[in-house]
Design a protein around this ligand. Structure first.
Ligand SMILES: [Zn+2]
Length: 177
């Protein structure tokens, strides 16, 4: 039994609970089709819940658990609108994207006590974006020594908890809640 196989089970549960179509990176996906974009579907999936992985929804931006986390509590701040680039953001969206990121990191620090946090966005496929058509900003909790040999050798991560557990932990400490 491989760790990758362990991983895939609950990932599929998450995806099927949040969306009702193929993943955004399906090969037949028309470019810039917001109807089938996974982030657009999550944005339309109702209030924050463990089923859709959404932690927080603002006027223009949401914070959602990454269904393919690099670490427990891996969050993404995502504009509700289907926008590709930083240039596409209006002033309110741009400001709220950063405000949402601050909330996400504060919740991660309270829930997980990480020794560090990586913040970053992969803009475009060449930069490694898994969903290049809908802008998203990652916040990944880090600990000394967490880059273990499984990650380096097999591109497989060892995760101690499910997405539903992460959602409960982060929701319990979400700022202002
Ligand atoms: Zn979208």
């Amino acid at each position: 039994m491989t760790l990758e196989r362990l991983w895939a089970g609950w990932r599929n549960a998450y995806v099927s609970g949040a969306v009702d179509g193929p993943p955004d990176d399906a090969p037949d996906l028309a470019v810039d089709d917001p109807v089938r974009c996974v982030f657009c579907r999550i944005a339309d999936s109702g209030p924050a819940s463990p089923d859709n992985g959404v932690l927080w929804v603002g006027a223009t931006v949401m914070v959602v658990l990454n269904a393919y986390p690099y670490a427990s509590g891996h969050l993404m701040a995502v504009p509700l609108r289907h926008v590709r680039s930083l240039d596409d953001l209006g002033d309110e969206e741009s400001g709220e994207l950063w405000a949402a990121t601050r909330l996400a990191v504060a919740a991660q620090e309270a829930a997980y006590r990480p020794e560090g946090v990586n913040l970053g966005a992969n803009l475009g496929e060449a930069a490694g974006a898994g969903i290049p058509r809908h802008l998203h900003l990652h916040a990944v909790p880090r600990w000394k020594g967490d880059t273990n040999f499984m990650t380096a050798v097999a591109d497989t991560r060892v995760l101690p908890e499910t997405l539903a557990s992460s959602w409960e932990r982060l929701t319990a400490v979400w700022p202002g809640r």
